[in-house]
Design a protein around this ligand. Structure first.
Ligand code: 3HC
Length: 307
């Protein structure tokens, strides 16, 4: 349905078709929550193998969601799962997937050049009304958007989800100076529709959550570097003393130590944040150099034996 606004000439289309580019942990999660809310989702990645991996991530997570909604009714659980999964199609052709999209959410590798090239191609392939969004957590949305036309930049925002996407209720909607208010409103409405609470923030390093979380986690590593407390004691302290669901050390293993280092190193280079907040931390650099990247590699600050 096309909604017309008396006060403006912009006619915005309700977001119904969402294309998600990148079938990793974040992309799969975003596709899942959109599909659960009855949006039509096209999940895109460069290989069939990557798409299969994304579908497996969704399959495992959606079982949990279905079970929680219908704890004692297996038939209803299956119905919920089938219903949501029916809303998802997959393809390796990103340009074709752009053609019917009301919204394109990008969740690919955190590399500015790769993201810019992708959005440049999508800009040529997508209809005029399509809103573009990046799930970047550490790059400038303005800089990514600059690869697209002036018109598209008005419809280009950050849409930052949190891991695990199906469980975390927040989405940060990142405004560039060019973003149109109506587009922000459409994204906020869509965020609510998929069960998230949106917050608005400017396009600055880390937006809100990571701007606070990353320096906090780096300072936790420095406590270890200085030998002031054990990882277990740091985590216990923040869980029981500050009500965090995970302590900073286990959260770092959960996020990925390579990701933590990538964000800190990137901010040190690009600036825009107090330098002392992101000075290098020995223990982090050492663990990453050893390939101890956290949960995903089986070892980080802690060991994660395969079950
Ligand atoms: N899929 C579906 N549901 C999930 C899920 C998943 N992958 N993971 C957890 N859940 C749901 C569970 O079903 C459960 O729901 P309920 O409370 O309604 O019954 C709820 O989430 C809690 O899960 P559990 O009981 O299994 O386990 P915990 O209570 O230990 O919670 C956690 C797990 C939600 C991961 C919690 O530990 C947590 O909130 N940790 C902090 C996570 C965090 O800070 N994430 C942000 C990281 S930073 C980031 O993503 C930004 C990036 O840019 C770097």
């Amino acid at each position: 349905a096309v909604r017309a606004f008396a006060t403006s000439t912009i006619q915005q289309k309700e977001i119904k078709n969402v294309t998600v580019i990148g079938a990793g942990l974040m992309g799969a999660g975003i596709a899942q929550v959109a599909a659960q809310a009855q949006l039509k989702v096209t999940l895109v990645d460069t290989t069939e193998k990557a798409l299969e991996n994304g579908q497996n991530i969704i399959g495992t997570s959606i079982k949990r969601v279905a079970k929680k909604l219908n704890p004692d009714d297996q038939a209803k659980q299956q119905e919920y799962i089938d219903n949501a999964l029916n809303n998802i199609s997959t393809t390796v052709d990103s340009k074709a997937a752009a053609k019917d999209a009301d919204l394109i959410v990008e969740a690919i590798v955190e590399n500015i050049k790769v993201k810019q090239q992708l959005f440049k191609d999508l800009d040529a392939a997508a209809p005029e009304h399509t809103i573009f969004a990046s799930n970047t957590s550490s790059l400038s949305v303005t800089e990514i958007a600059s690869a697209t036309s002036e018109a598209r930049q008005k419809q280009f925002a950050g849409l930052h989800f949190f891991n695990p996407v199906p469980a975390m209720k927040l989405v940060e909607i990142v405004r560039t100076d060019k973003l149109q208010e109506q587009v922000f409103e459409d994204l906020a409405q869509m965020s609510k529709k998929i069960g998230k609470s949106p917050v608005s923030c400017k396009d600055t390093p880390g937006f809100i959550v990571n701007r606070l979380l990353v320096p906090y986690m780096l300072e936790a590593f420095r406590i270890l570097d200085r030998g002031e407390a054990s990882p277990q004691d740091v985590d216990t302290a923040m869980k029981l003393g500050a009500g965090m669901p995970m302590g900073p050390i286990e959260l770092a293993d959960f996020v990925g130590l390579d990701t933590m280092k990538f964000i800190a190193d990137g901010w040190r280079e690009t600036g825009g944040i107090e330098p002392s907040l992101v000075t290098p931390v020995k223990v982090l650099d050492e663990l990453v150099a050893e390939g101890r990247l956290g949960r995903k590699s089986g070892k980080g600050f802690y060991d994660y034996p395969k079950k």
